[in-house]
Design a protein around this ligand. Structure first.
Ligand SMILES: NC(=O)c1ccc[n+]([C@@H]2O[C@H](COP(=O)([O-])OP(=O)(O)OC[C@H]3O[C@@H](n4cnc5c(N)ncnc54)[C@H](O)[C@@H]3O)[C@@H](O)[C@H]2O)c1
Ligand SMILES: OCCc1c[nH]c2ccccc12
Length: 294
């Protein structure tokens, strides 16, 4: 039986699946350009077959065309899908970048459109102008939700000064070894901004020598799942979307188990507390962030 992935509601009631298949790391093309990747298209079709309904894309990854073909060939109903893409290279002409993304995706709307990165802006007015362009797309109904990625609190606060719509989602690196500055996650929640976690598996990939390793193995053995599934489930139980990826079909089936087990309150607390004793960041914005944990 296929496991069902839980969803959370965005501010306007739209349902967002709490597990997403990413097409950045492991798949992106240099400069967002390169030949059609049949392996990615086949993997996406397999992911859709396995029950994945949330796909994370970006103009910068150069993977939108493969996603479009995979969706079409899969036969999955568009309404069942949650497709995200992001603007980066096209930031100075967002309406045009958006049209190009939609054309590559072969879609007439996306579920979530995001600004990929705030560091294009030299002054607040540039963040505000970009957000204003996303609001226009949302108001036309061509993006069902709009959000940001890699934004720190000051970027959001600058955006909010002129916004008529508060960003619905912020996609940031988040895992037990990067739980962000103390007040950041509660502040996002207080604004009604949903969180998406990228690089959720860092404690078993780049930071596998950290203090959680033995705990994760014990918890995984108890639930008869992998340590990766435990880390994804930890996010989901915090109402945070876990964006992961793989090039291996068998891993995907394992990730899908997040829909069929639950961590106990003690296990959640243990992962959180042991995680807080160690710090690791995969995607350095160190040169921009005053504190590496922000
Ligand atoms: N917005 C951003 O700036 C940003 C940045 C990074 C990633 N992302 C998005 O998030 C997605 C996922 O990012 P990620 O790849 O960092 O996430 P992740 O932490 O889930 O890592 C996934 C990688 O871990 C590997 N893996 C899984 N289980 C493993 C195991 N047991 N041992 C060793 N390796 C294992 C997988 O094969 C895969 O390559 C990207 O594809 C992209 O869509 C966004
Ligand atoms: O989303 C991951 C960070 C990122 C921003 N721009 C990119 C281009 C290619 C690969 C990753 C990225």
């Amino acid at each position: 039986m296929k496991s069902k992935i839980p969803t959370i509601e965005l501010r306007d009631g739209q349902k967002m699946p709490l597990l997403a298949f990413g097409t950045g790391t492991a798949w992106y093309k240099d400069d967002g350009k390169g030949p059609f990747n049949k392996e990615l298209k086949n993997m996406l079709k397999h992911a859709l077959d396995t029950g994945i309904r949330h796909i994370d894309a970006a103009e910068a990854y150069g993977t939108e065309e493969e996603i479009g073909v995979a969706i079409r060939e899969s036969g999955v109903d568009r309404q069942e899908l949650f497709v995200t893409t992001k603007v980066q290279q096209g930031i100075s002409d967002i309406p045009r970048a958006f049209e190009e993304s939609l054309a590559k995706l072969q879609l007439d709307y996306v579920d979530l459109y995001m600004i990929h990165w705030p560091y294009f802006a030299e002054e607040d007015a540039e963040l505000q102008r970009a957000w204003n362009a996303l609001e226009a797309i949302y108001k036309q109904g061509r993006a069902k939700a709009i959000g940001v990625a890699n934004y720190l609190r000051p970027h959001i606060e600058a955006t909010l000064k002129t916004a008529t719509i508060v960003p619905m989602v912020n996609q940031i690196e988040h895992h037990p070894y990067l739980q962000r500055a103390n007040d950041y996650v509660p502040w996002l929640q207080s604004q009604g901004i949903r969180m998406e976690a990228f690089s959720p598996l860092t404690p078993i990939t780049e930071a596998q020598d950290g203090p959680l390793s033995s705990h994760l193995m014990k918890i995984a053995a108890k639930h008869n799942v992998s340590t990766g599934a435990v880390l994804l489930r930890w996010q989901i139980q915090k109402d945070i979307v876990a964006i992961t990826t793989t090039t291996k079909k068998e891993r995907l089936e394992d990730y899908m188990k997040v829909g069929s087990f639950a961590l106990t309150a003690e296990e959640m607390k243990l992962i959180t507390e042991v995680g807080l004793t160690y710090h690791y960041r995969s995607w350095g914005v160190k040169r921009f962030a005053p504190d590496d944990r922000t």
